[in-house]
Design a binder for this molecule. Structure first.
Ligand code: HEC
Length: 129
């Protein structure tokens, strides 16, 4: 009788042990699933977008008129700065980004900025301050 009552008791303890292991594994599985669930919806937003590659800004049609309007006569033919800094050449604009952007404001500034961005990487450059 004593031995008989010992057996089921020991089996019961054994079952508990198995249950604990199963529960433990369930928790691990749960955390793994939760972890995966948290990671999945996080949106990967492309921060770096090539600026306006779809419509390339035309220097002669869009940029030069802005420069003529704002910076004539000095930086154009016959002006005192034409030899050093001719604004009828796109490379002058691209290489003097900061000096030009601080002098021209608003929509024209935005257009110049985009134009410089579009052309900076393709041409050789040395920025002034
Ligand atoms: C009245 C004549 C005159 C006009 C108009 C003029 N500039 Fe100049 N610019 C000069 C002279 C002279 C220098 C060289 C001496 C100096 O740095 O001030 C110069 C130098 C510069 C420089 C190089 C030095 C620096 O400060 O960065 C930049 C860039 C420049 N000009 C941009 C412009 C832009 C952009 C415009 C039009 C918005 C413009 N300039 C209009 C006469 C002019």
């Amino acid at each position: 009788m004593v031995i008989a009552s010992g057996f089921p008791d020991r089996n019961f303890k054994g079952d508990q042990k198995v249950m604990k292991v199963v529960l433990f594994l369930c928790f691990i599985a749960l955390f793994v699933l939760l972890g995966a669930g948290v990671k999945k919806p996080s949106p990967v937003i492309a921060v770096e977008q090539p600026i306006g590659l779809s419509d390339t800004i035309d220097f002669a049609k869009q940029i030069q008129p802005i420069m003529v309007k704002n910076c004539s006569p000095c930086h154009f033919t016959g002006g005192k700065m034409y030899d050093k800094m001719p604004f009828d050449k796109d490379t002058t604009i691209i290489n003097h980004e900061n000096g030009i952007l601080k002098r021209i404001k608003g929509d024209e500034n935005a257009l110049l900025k985009t134009f410089i961005q579009q052309n900076k990487n393709s041409s050789q450059q040395h920025n002034d301050k």
